[in-house]
Design a protein around this ligand. Structure first.
Ligand code: NAD
Length: 325
């Protein structure tokens, strides 16, 4: 019988790619999403498939799924700084109450549980690169604390359910991931730079742009997450691309690849913005035989192409008022 996988946040960026891949592999997928940052449009191409169900629900309110469930993937949470700064309480609720509800579902169904955690648990790290044994440097009362601490709490909950209720759990610490279906206005660096470059607007780099990021293409992330799901490893496990570059280099690369005339300009750096970010991925290599396959330029080219298509679709959908001749 086909496996049934529940994905909270399944209509979001990562959740939609996971849903697509699992349906293609022959699984039944049930997405639970309240669409606060995701959209049914992300999974519209799966809508007619009998192996796919999308249920609108806030996972902090209730979580019920009839029948057998083999795995619960808990991805529901605002994820971009712009989103979680606008929804601080919702972010803390979905990381706490939402995680309890997702763990309870896994417990009652005797399903494997996978928590989508984040490299943000490392905060502004004092150790570089970051391995899973690093405890992090998070400011709990800073603006980013609502997200970082929600994820740290949800990791602690997951470990407690494993220990006390013997739920088969695992934790993936996801580093910055990018690709098609990111929202152009979600405030994360790559979609922002691409939107600005394609729109001919200035490309806004925060600070002096020397802060680093290590960015992973979405198909590599999905592969790593599914290998972890199908292993028996409890995590936490980093999944990300260790190819580190400065935010200014990222902006310049996007500028060159889009052929834009937009100039790079500098804006103030957000409070507690991490100075460096790079995953150690030895554990994923040893346990899962996983490493990223998609290079930066290849991944960016696919993402830019998708943003271009979206922009031209939007142009066709909105007839412009013609200027008089
Ligand atoms: P996203 O905002 O596109 O997806 C999150 C989804 O969760 C959305 O569809 C949203 O509507 C849904 N959601 C939020 N609160 C909900 C609630 N209370 N009930 C039901 N649905 C709810 O973000 P994403 O980038 O796809 O991130 C998905 C997960 O991966 C998040 O948990 C995030 O913390 C984690 N993560 C992502 C990245 C990344 O680079 N994309 C990095 C680290 C961790």
């Amino acid at each position: 019988m086909a496996e049934t996988i529940v994905i909270t946040g399944g209509a979001g960026f990562l959740g939609s790619h996971l849903s697509e891949r699992l349906v293609a592999e022959g699984c039944s997928v049930v997405c639970l999403d309240d669409f606060c940052t995701g959209t049914p449009a992300n999974v519209a191409h799966l809508a007619g498939n009998p192996a796919f169900r999308l249920i609108r629900c806030d996972v902090t309110e209730h979580m019920e799924v009839a029948g057998q469930v083999d795995a619960v993937l808990h991805f529901a949470s605002p994820a971009s700084p712009a989103d979680y700064l606008e929804m601080p309480i919702e972010t803390l609720r979905v990381g706490s109450v939402g995680t309890i509800n997702a763990l309870e579902l896994a417990r009652h169904k005797q399903a494997r549980f996978l928590l989508a955690s984040t490299s943000e648990v490392y905060g502004d790290p004092l150790v570089h690169p970051q391995g899973e044994d690093y405890w992090g440097n998070v400011n709990p009362v800073g603006p980013r604390g609502v997200y970082d601490e929600a994820k740290r709490f949800s990791e602690a909950l997951t470990v407690a359910y494993r220990k006390n209720y013997k739920v088969d759990t695992t934790i993936v610490r996801i580093f910055n991931t990018y690709g098609p279906r990111m929202r152009p206005n979600d405030g994360r660096a790559i979609p922002t730079f691409i939107r600005q470059a394609l729109g001919g607007e200035p490309i806004t780099v925060s600070g002096d742009g020397t802060q680093t990021r290590s960015v992973c293409y979405v198909s590599d992330l999905v592969e790593g997450v599914l290998r972890l799901l199908r292993s028996s490893h409890p995590g936490p496990m980093n999944i990300g691309n260790p190819c580190e570059l400065s935010v200014l280099q990222l902006a310049e690369t996007i500028r060159r690849m889009t052929g834009t005339r937009s100039a790079v300009t500098f804006i103030p750096r957000p409070t507690d913005d991490p100075r460096v970010r790079q995953p150690r991925i030895d554990l994923a290599g040893e346990v899962l035989g996983w490493k990223p396959e998609v290079g930066l330029e290849d991944g960016l080219a696919r993402t830019v192409e998708w943003f271009r298509q979206q922009a031209s679709r939007a142009d066709r959908a909105e007839p412009r008022i013609r200027a008089p001749r």
